[in-house]
Design a protein around this ligand. Structure first.
Ligand code: HGY
Ligand code: MN
Ligand code: MN
Ligand code: MN
Length: 400
């Protein structure tokens, strides 16, 4: 029986970066290597492995023929140059928890672990793609046709790592996920386990600023329609939205940006950017988006550009099942771990799954609250504490 920490160290080798992080973007070679290792671990530990058409990997332990499944999971893909804990911890902890819970006879349901494809949405947008297809929120064909900035589609990227299957969806009665907090509340309050009770609302706007290409030197200033200047004004406007609200009621960022022609002696004709806006209160988020649209109109006049919102990915805030939180609190208490209710600002596959089945999400502390960064860190003790509580909650839920 491989020890959890040994397995985690093994997993952290795939796509390892010099700063102690990983680079395992969805369907990259490193993601493929880690998926292959995970698949062999599942097979070596008595799981039946099923891969679906969008590359979600399921490890099944069918102890009651025909019974539905309690599923535990997260994601193996990472952001570029990111932490080795985000997602991967939850997939491996889920696998160990399922293996331990399945070793105890009885129970009303079968057990499964899942690696959701492309949770991060860094190479292929949107985030949480694999669980969105599984829950019917995103059509499979749309997901497979999505291209990365170099034009490679999800379908061909998955084929390149032999990552597609044809498994039919399994019947899920409940979903559990454990994840590093990616924030600092647990650390600041000295708590070991976060009981995720609600998620913030997120709007991700794909915005295109259109101007006119011209000569950076020769073109008269009054004639210019500089898309990069317009984009710069928009970036500042997005950040200043936050100043109009109480602290920690609104998070905004412009994160991804492409400009054409990106030439040293040509004024940009087009800038494409991703605007990320999140709030715990839907009303605050809607007010912020209204204010931003008003700012866009002003910037269009000032920079003589056109600004268009071309796409929107969103998920709405909402509570997690209270019954699951109560069970998780009782198990953390019984095992002697400090715990508190947490809100998640980051999206997770549990954000999708809670819309279709009873879902329980747990957090363990992130040192300095940092994530999507090689410095991301969670201690062995906290990882093992989370695994212990996850296993206990899984056993309770799977008992029916
Ligand atoms: O967008 C998100 O918050 C998710 O972590 N990908
Ligand atoms: Mn994650
Ligand atoms: Mn992430
Ligand atoms: Mn995430």
């Amino acid at each position: 029986m491989s020890d959890f920490l040994d397995d985690f160290r093994t997993m952290s080798v795939f796509g390892a970066t010099p700063g102690g992080g990983v680079e395992r973007q969805a369907a990259s070679a490193a993601d493929g290597e880690n998926r292959a290792w995970f698949t062999s671990w599942l097979e070596a530990n008595g799981f039946a492995v099923r891969v679906d058409a969008i590359g979600n990997i399921f490890g099944l332990i069918e102890r009651i023929p025909g019974a539905p499944y309690v599923v535990v999971g997260s994601h193996l893909d990472s952001q570029p140059l990111a932490g080795r804990f985000d997602g991967a911890y939850g997939v491996l902890a889920g696998a160990h928890a399922v293996r331990a819970a399945a070793a105890v006879p009885g129970g009303a349901f079968n057990l499964a672990v899942v690696d959701w494809f492309n949770e991060e949405g860094s190479r292929f947008k949107p985030s949480m793609m694999g669980s969105a297809v599984f829950t019917g929120m995103l059509p499979l064909e749309t997901a497979l046709a999505t291209a990365d900035p170099s034009g490679v589609t999800v379908a061909s990227a998955l084929d390149a790592i032999d990552g597609r299957g044809d498994a039919a969806p399994i019947d899920v009665v409940a979903y559990l996920e454990i994840h590093v907090e990616q924030g600092r509340d647990l650390e600041d309050t000295g708590s070991t386990i976060g009981l995720v009770s609600t998620t913030w609302t997120a709007h991700k706007l794909e915005v295109v600023v259109t101007g006119e290409q011209s000569h950076t030197g020769a073109a008269r200033m009054a004639d210019r329609r500089d898309a990069l200047y317009g984009a710069a004004e928009l970036i500042v406007a997005v950040r200043r939205l936050v100043d109009g609200f109480e602290p920690e009621l609104l998070h905004t960022a412009v994160s991804e940006m492409y400009l054409d022609p990106n030439s040293p002696v040509a004024i940009a004709r087009e800038v494409r950017m991703l605007v990320d806006i999140r709030s715990p209160e839907r009303g605050v988020l809607e007010t912020a988006v209204e204010r931003l649209r008003a700012e866009m109109a002003v910037i269009e006049g000032r920079a003589r550009v056109d600004i268009e919102v071309r796409g929107l990915v969103e998920w709405s805030s909402g509570p997690f099942l209270e019954e699951g939180i109560v069970i998780a609190a009782a198990e953390a208490e019984r095992l002697g771990y400090s715990h508190r209710r947490s809100a998640t600002v980051a999206g997770h596959d549990a954000t999708n799954m809670k819309e279709v089945v009873p879902t329980v999400m747990l957090f363990v502390p992130s040192v300095d609250g940092i994530s999507h960064n090689e410095r991301e860190f969670t201690s062995d003790a906290d990882m093992l504490a989370g695994l212990e509580v996850l296993t206990a909650v899984l056993s309770r839920v799977a008992a029916g």
